[in-house]
Design a protein around this ligand. Structure first.
Ligand code: AMP
Ligand code: GLY
Length: 420
């Protein structure tokens, strides 16, 4: 069969890499892809937000399945458009993806279905939000309602910081329409954990847990990014905690989505805070995490193609999924300055040396081919991904490989997979 992967990040290279190993796959396309996806797929420049053009392309190339990476494409209804054209696409419809694209919608869903999450209030009027901030207890968290590239969350230590966040989002409009409505919620203490589960409408298959490292610098300092690196498993979730995550979060999610008629089919990725009072949902993502996907596909033993098909068809229960017992670590090599301004076009060297070790796969994110060879083309450039017999071994392998890769102004964290 032929598969189209939509997106251009490390997540999409990781998905294309895994799908390409399936004996069922004859060819993979990627829209728009990057220099890494070009090694396992044919990149196409058909614009992802032009659904009609994409559908024409899929029909012309006789593509059997589209796998959608990014949240904004899902929120824009790409899966709805494919379904309406009689085509198969992996991912939730826009209506179901609102669980990610509107935090107020997700909060209401969680409240109604008894899913543990931070207490919160929603505001559409900035005056009301400011008055609330003036008398609230601190710290608290101010969140833009809509998609804001991971930048829409401010942890405010006092009223002045909270009011500033409210004004930036609601009055100055720094997140556009995504920040016109906000959610203000209780600050939760604990360690974070990324949960992934394939959902087929009526049931789910839980994946191993991961941990992302969102802040730019070691020890959790600096601004939030899309994610600077991941480890799986985290070691934070034992059998009894997994049972709670299943019964209080995933079972209730699936039952709630059914009751609300959301027909959620795709990847559900709840970001959790493991608090003293149990796991609580920070947010629902309705897609694969980036760079969580990079470690998950390294550990996935089973063929991914039938799993995605079973999600669409509602037959997940019949699928067995096997995982490697090894740990996986992904270290993101970023352009200096990210998540702020950074330079593009820096020459990249050393990937072949890094990949000489059997435990290593280097997934590309912001890369491009130039007449000079491979160059940087984004904030997160590469995800150096290693397996190891222990978390410590996987970390050592990942950093030894990362040391081989060079480009000007490279930035990385040196504590990926160390204790949270
Ligand atoms: P979100 O996009 O909602 O996952 O938020 C981004 C990041 O902000 C999370 O990964 C957490 O580090 C932090 N965060 C969000 N909500 C809370 C909360 N209620 N308490 C503490 N930290 C939070
Ligand atoms: N790595 C976090 C995310 O994909 O949202």
């Amino acid at each position: 069969m032929k598969i189209l992967v939509v997106g251009s990040g490390g997540r999409e290279h990781a998905l294309a890499w895994k799908l390409a190993q399936s004996p069922r796959v004859a060819k993979i396309y990627c829209a728009p892809g990057n220099a890494g996806t070009a090694r396992v797929a044919e990149n196409t420049s058909v614009p992802v937000n032009d659904h009609a053009a994409l559908i024409t392309f899929v029909k012309r190339e006789k593509i059997d399945l589209a796998v959608i990476g990014p949240d904004d494409a899902l929120a824009a209804g790409i899966v709805d458009a494919f379904q309406a054209a009689g085509l198969r696409a992996f991912g939730p419809t826009a209506r179901a993806a609102r669980l990610e694209s509107s935090k107020a919608f997700a909060k209401d869903f969680m409240r109604r279905h008894g899913i543990p999450t931070a207490a919160s209030r929603e505001f559409s009027d900035s005056g009301e939000a400011r008055s609330y901030c003036a008398t609230a207890k601190y710290p608290l968290v101010v969140k833009a309602d809509g998609l804001a590239l991971g930048k829409g969350v401010v942890i405010a230590g006092n009223a002045a910081e909270a009011i500033e966040a409210v004004e930036q989002s609601m009055d100055a409009g720094v997140f556009g329409d995504a920040g016109k409505k906000i959610v203000i919620e209780e600050f939760l203490e604990g360690v974070e954990c990324s949960i992934h589960a394939l959902v087929d409408g009526a049931g789910y298959a839980l994946f191993p847990d991961c941990r992302d490292h969102k802040q730019a610098f070691d020890g959790g300092a600096g601004p939030n990014t899309g994610g600077m690196g991941t480890i799986s498993p985290t070691g934070s979730i034992d059998a009894s905690l997994e049972a709670v995550i299943r019964s209080e979060i995933l079972d209730r999610f699936v039952a709630g989505a059914l009751a609300d008629g959301l027909d959620f089919r795709g990847m559900l990725f709840p970001g959790l805070m493991l608090t003293a009072g149990g796991p609580k949902v920070l947010e629902f993502n309705c897609r694969w995490g980036d760079p969580e996907t990079q470690v998950l596909v390294r550990r996935l033993e089973s063929d991914l193609v039938p799993l995605l098909g079973a999600c669409i068809d509602g037959t997940l229960a019949a699928q067995a999924i096997e995982w490697k017992a090894q740990s996986a670590v992904c270290v993101v090599l970023a352009s200096g300055g990210y998540p702020g301004a950074y330079r593009k076009g820096e020459k990249i060297s050393g990937i072949d040396q890094a990949e000489r070790s059997e435990s290593i796969v280097v997934f590309h994110a912001g890369t491009a081919e130039s007449p000079d060879g491979l160059v940087t083309n984004g904030g997160r450039v590469l995800g150096v991904t290693a397996l190891g017999e222990s978390p410590r071994a996987a970390r050592a392998n990942a950093y030894a490989a990362a040391d081989q890769i060079h480009f000007a102004n490279q930035h990385r964290r040196n504590d990926i997979g160390a204790a949270p």
